[in-house]
Design a protein around this ligand. Structure first.
Ligand SMILES: C[S@@+](CC[C@H](N)C(=O)[O-])C[C@H]1O[C@@H](n2cnc3c(N)ncnc32)[C@H](O)[C@@H]1O
Length: 370
């Protein structure tokens, strides 16, 4: 029986009806019998609007967007209402009550061209091809990736959320091995490694179908990973992508004395972002009035900075615990490396993190003395 507390809320410039769940301010939210809505995922949805608009603007043909796991339908309804250009939106959900809510929200917004489907997303993906597929599950996206890879068109975008960050980040290594076929690692690099394990799984799943991956934008918040990855068809692209798919030793990592000696991965060692896409998204973000605009400005800025940097970051607080010193100032360390002619950037995974092209030994010396 549905709790009757249906509320009208506004996200972006779209009004929708949702059931307001009692969730903490932060966190992935919990599964209940009611159609799901998590206000803290606003930033996640806002980011998808930026990428989808970039995508529509750069294509010659109308774009077919799928909100595959839609709950209240808010993401797909926002696509239909707020994006401009040539595109169609399909919104799918298998839960009866959620599907009724989607229909209500579509008619409330008078969106005649949106297609609402009540079904299993695997079936929808088997029956149709899409240019943009959004997979926003409870927990892990792993079980949806194969179906999405079959459906996605050449150059299409797979947008994916993972809230099982604990499994990916070494808290539950057996779960990570089962779901993602990879060895995770606990410690200061765990979030980046977790993200790269997720991308590695995507790379391998794409390769089965002669498709390669090209990450456009990957970011993490306290409780989820979010990625936008372009899927390109052709052996050359697959081989390029698979060159970035490897198992590594923890001894190869920055400040490796903090980790026990172990194998990590397989994981994705290639770029996490495409800087030109981030620049366009930032310009769009600055011209829109999204509620999460300022947070997005920061995320896009840091992701842009790190987009051309090598994988794996150093951290001043991790260095402090390794060298038993008080944490060096991030800016001091970054300045010293830059003065020595190395490239250096902040890092989206940690406020204490930085990336650099400098050799590990030199970075360690500077961290110890700074
Ligand atoms: C986390 S919620 C989606 C949240 C939504 N995207 C948003 O932005 O508010 C996941 C939804 O996926 C639905 N779902 C799970 N597995 C599904 C499947 N195989 N086919 C269709 N819907 C599914 C669930 O009923 C649930 O409503």
């Amino acid at each position: 029986m549905i709790n009757p507390e249906l509320s009208r809320i506004r996200e972006g410039s779209t009004d929708v009806f949702v059931y307001l769940h009692k969730t903490a301010d932060k966190g992935p939210g919990t599964k209940t019998g009611l159609p799901f809505y998590n206000p803290t995922m606003k930033l996640n949805r806002d980011s998808s609007l930026l990428i989808a608009q970039w995508f529509i603007d750069t294509q010659d043909q109308p774009i077919r967007l799928l909100d595959g796991l839609a709950a209240s339908g808010i993401r797909g309804i926002r696509f239909a209402n707020e994006l401009t250009g040539a595109f169609t939106v399909t919104i799918n959900e298998w839960n009866e009550e959620a599907f009724s809510l989607i229909q209500k929200n579509i008619s409330h917004n008078m969106l005649e061209s949106v297609i609402a489907v009540k079904g299993n997303v695997h079936r929808v993906l088997a029956d149709q091809r899409f240019d943009y597929i959004d997979i926003d599950p409870f927990g892990s996206p792993a079980s949806f990736i194969d179906s999405a890879m079959r459906s996605i068109t050449h150059n299409g975008i797979l947008a994916c959320t993972a809230t099982d960050t604990a499994a990916l980040s070494g808290v539950y290594p057996k779960v990570c091995l089962r779901r993602y076929g990879a060895w995770s690692l606990h410690g200061f690099l765990m979030r980046e490694i977790g993200f790269r394990i997720l991308l590695g799984m995507l790379c391998r799943e794409a390769a089965k179908y002669d498709k390669g991956i090209r990450p456009l934008w990957c970011f993490s918040t306290d409780h989820y990973f979010r990625m936008y990855v372009q899927i390109v068809h052709g052996k050359r692209y697959v081989n390029d992508a698979m060159n970035n798919y490897r198992i590594i030793s923890s001894e190869e990592l920055p400040l490796s004395d903090l980790f026990s000696k172990t194998l990590v991965g397989p994981l994705w060692l290639g770029p996490l972002h495409t800087s030109s896409v981030l620049q366009t998204c930032q310009s769009m973000n600055l011209s829109l009035h999204l509620e999460t605009r300022n947070q997005l400005v920061k995320i896009l800025d840091i992701c842009g900075e790190e987009s051309l940097m090598p994988p794996f970051f150093y951290s001043t607080d991790a260095a402090a615990s390794l060298f038993k010193i008080s944490p060096p100032r991030l800016i001091t360390v970054m300045d010293q490396l830059a003065q020595q002619g190395y490239r250096v950037s902040r890092c989206s995974f940690s406020p204490y993190g930085f990336r650099t092209t400098a050799p590990q030994k030199l970075v360690q010396i500077i961290l110890e003395k700074a």
